[in-house]
Design a protein around this ligand. Structure first.
Ligand SMILES: Cc1cc2nc3c(=O)[nH]c(=O)nc-3n(C[C@H](O)[C@H](O)[C@H](O)COP(=O)(O)OP(=O)(O)OC[C@H]3O[C@@H](n4cnc5c(N)ncnc54)[C@H](O)[C@@H]3O)c2cc1C
Ligand code: SF4
Length: 654
């Protein structure tokens, strides 16, 4: 594992970590994960047979990581090796390594705490990826729907996904096949136009989704799922990269944007139609089979959150999802093995293809071709579904328009790479994320969150503050590393993961960030969490802890650096002096706003009809359009707006 290895194509590639860095990571994993019960031990610096080698498990993921992040990670590993200076971490005996890791987590230095946490997460991801670990814990992924299983998809439901030759022509080229692109393409194709959909990622379906969590991250996500908005704290913000976009791996929750938010879009951004999305919402909900989760069959995770809310007298309700009769499995982030979830590749895209659209997978648009101000097509690389490949040139000419739907990162990235300058100066700015965190609780009963619907129930008591709680079971791969303790204590808790319930908290943020192209040519995403938003997230953590205790939890795990558990008696203190922004461990799943709509070309990148200000025949139909944080999961709003953009375009082109 330490030298240069050969790939199937014969190319020789270096492993992402050096031998010394691998040694540090293995030494950390070995200290964290000794054998307990049926849990296998993690391999140490000299891997023994039967152990779980986290370095081996993580290698494909690290290879998919953005170069910039990998550089940071390698630096962190090198720094960690010397935290016990003048002694090297990997040469310490196991008890000393454990004492050192525990000490780091209590350190007064935020940098040291962050370093320890980074390695804990990385080692945890690699360790829990091993099938033996899930088996020891009893976690299984068994999918079920109430009633008969959805029929298997027809052979090649999207037709031929390979680009023909070096060049194709169409009326409209749609770049991106997610919530926005798939819907815009369908509307345009059904209006009789010749539509070509380009998707950088691969086509995968219920028979071909990778089973292991890390393989799914590499196969279905941009940057192997390690896309990060830099800042304090840094906010991991995964997005999908596959035919169907992020809808392939999302949780399927469907909310309409609250009327007050849409009202502000009209008054503050001149979007006259904002309050008139009823027809589009209805169509999308019908098409995606949106229905409330059944509280009886949703599983114990959601039921505990509901019981906690009831005990405290809070406003709560089952979530609506685009998964109809789904009742069990929790593998949404790896793709739905039953097609219960009506992601775009099993809903809108087949409809678009039936109306004549062509879908091309593994084709990344690299540059928009302009003829003066008019967008005339895109220059692409074809054959890049496997991102390690360079691909070949492929050109698309669009007779009518280019429609960008690469998502809140992909769309500004393509515009910036095409040297497009927005007259507003706002391109890539105004990034909103809905920063989120999760709070786990351990119960004296078997919760077995995997035996239920992954995201199932909402508490909207604090919607006026923009704080929404959604009962979301966090699979072992993502939650295991957060369990308190090191070594044997940590492993005991891991074995009892079936007793953990969890809820997500997300915030309608006022903080903002930016997408830009860095000096090394890579995409740079930054985000600055304002103090007010950090305090609101802490408020949400306190409320979630109360809900979990009210439901019977005996310990609660907040994702706050330096605070391993949040005892019931400490909640008031926690709120009275909330942690600083950088101590919050956040994630985000709803990037938006980077090509925001505004009727005023001086304030928005796009007009209310999706047209890019300052260009002709160039439109946007995705999450980048949203001019503010919406406070709820955005998928069906993006789909509804894309339908509107598509319809406007089709009418003008008629
Ligand atoms: C883990 C997770 C869970 C989520 N859960 C929910 C949920 O429950 N409910 C909800 O409402 N929302 C959820 N979301 C968010 C939701 O899925 C997204 O907001 C939505 O899919 C965004 O739609 P989009 O069309 O803007 O982009 P995407 O759906 O991300 O699609 C963009 C596509 O464009 C492709 N692309 C980008 N650039 C190029 C290029 N240059 N050339 C070719 N192709 C390109 C990408 O590969 C991608 O496939 C979740 C997100 C995540 C990550
Ligand atoms: S929980 Fe998600 S992956 Fe599992 S059946 Fe339901 S929709 Fe599909």
């Amino acid at each position: 594992m330490t030298g240069v290895t050969a790939t199937q194509t014969g190319a020789r590639v270096r492993p992402p970590l050096s031998a010394a860095e691998q040694r540090t990571l293995r030494a950390f994993a070995e200290a964290m994960a000794p054998a307990v019960g049926d849990l296998p031990p993690a391999a140490g610096p000299d891997p023994a047979p039967g152990t779980v080698d986290v370095v081996d498990a993580l290698e494909p993921l690290l290879a998919a990581m953005p170069r910039r992040s990998l550089r940071g990670l390698r630096l962190a590993l090198r720094g960690f090796e010397w935290v016990a200076f003048p002694r090297r971490f990997s040469r310490l005996d196991l008890p000393r390594r454990r004492t050192l890791i525990a000490g780091l987590e209590r350190s007064r230095s935020a940098a040291k705490r962050d370093l320890g946490l980074l390695l804990r997460l990385l080692a945890g991801l690699g360790y829990t990826n091993d099938r033996r670990v899930a088996e020891a814990v009893g976690q299984r992924s068994a999918c079920a729907v109430a009633g008969p299983e959805p029929a298997a998809p027809p052979e090649a439901p999207l037709g031929d996904l390979e680009p023909a030759g070096d060049e194709e022509e169409c009326d409209f080229v749609v770049v991106g096949s997610g919530a926005g692109g798939a819907v815009a393409a369908t509307v345009l194709a059904e209006a009789g136009h010749e539509v070509l959909v380009l998707e950088a990622g691969p086509y995968l379906d219920r028979d071909s989704y990778p089973e292991e969590p890390l393989a799914a991250m590499v196969g279905l996500y941009r940057d192997g799922g390690l896309t990060v908005a830099e800042g304090r704290p840094a906010v991991p913000t995964p997005v999908g990269r596959a035919v169907g976009g992020t809808t392939v791996i999302n949780s399927g929750t469907c909310f309409r944007t609250p009327a007050e938010v849409l009202g502000r879009w009209a008054s503050e951004h001149g979007i006259a139609w904002a309050g008139e999305l009823e027809r589009e919402y209805e169509e999308v909900e019908r098409m995606l089979d949106v229905a409330p989760v059944d509280p009886e069959t949703m599983g114990r995770n959601g039921q505990l959150i509901r019981e906690g809310a009831e005990a405290l007298g809070l406003s709560h309700a089952p979530l609506h999802r685009n998964a109809g009769r789904c009742s069990q499995c929790s593998s949404c982030p790896n793709g739905c093995r039953l097609d219960a979830k009506r992601a775009m590749h099993v809903s809108y895209l087949p409809r678009a293809v039936a109306a004549g659209a062509r879908v091309r997978a593994g084709v990344e648009a690299r540059r928009i071709n302009f003829d003066g101000e008019r967008a005339a097509g895109v220059d692409c690389r074809a054959g890049v579904a496997d991102r390690s490949r360079l691909g070949r040139p492929f050109r698309v000419r669009a007779r009518r328009a280019v429609v960008l739907a690469g998502g809140a990162f992909g769309t500004p990235e393509l515009l910036l790479r095409s040297s497009f300058v927005s007259p507003s100066g706002e391109l890539g700015r105004n990034l909103r994320l809905h920063p989120a965190t999760w709070v786990g609780g351990r119960f004296d009963e078997q919760v077995r969150g995997w035996d239920g619907v992954m995201q199932s129930y909402a508490i909207d008591e604090w919607k006026d503050r923009g704080v929404l709680l959604e009962a979301t079971f966090t699979p072992l791969a993502f939650g295991g590393a957060w369990l308190p303790g090191t070594g044997f204590e940590h492993q005991q808790r891991m074995l009892a993961y079936g007793e953990v319930a969890s809820t997500g908290i997300h915030l309608s943020d006022r903080s903002s960030g930016r997408v830009a192209i860095g000096g090394d040519g890579s995409l740079r995403i930054s985000y600055r969490l304002q103090r007010r938003d950090a305090e609101l997230i802490a408020f949400g953590i306190a409320r979630a802890a109360e809900v979990l205790y009210a439901a019977g939890a005996r310990e609660v795990y907040p994702q706050v650096s330096g605070l391993v558990t949040l005892p019931r008696g400490r909640i008031a203190d926690f709120e009275a002096s909330p942690p600083p922004a950088r101590a919050l461990r956040l994630e985000a799943f709803h990037p938006m706003g980077t090509a925001r709509m505004d009727a005023d070309p001086g304030r928005g990148v796009t007009a209310p009809d999706g047209a890019v200000h300052g260009a002709q025949s160039l439109y946007v139909a995705d999450a980048s359009l949203l001019p503010s944080s919406i406070g709820v999961n955005p998928m069906i709003t993006i789909a509804a707006i894309a339908a509107r953009v598509g319809r406007g375009l089709a009418e003008r082109a008629a």
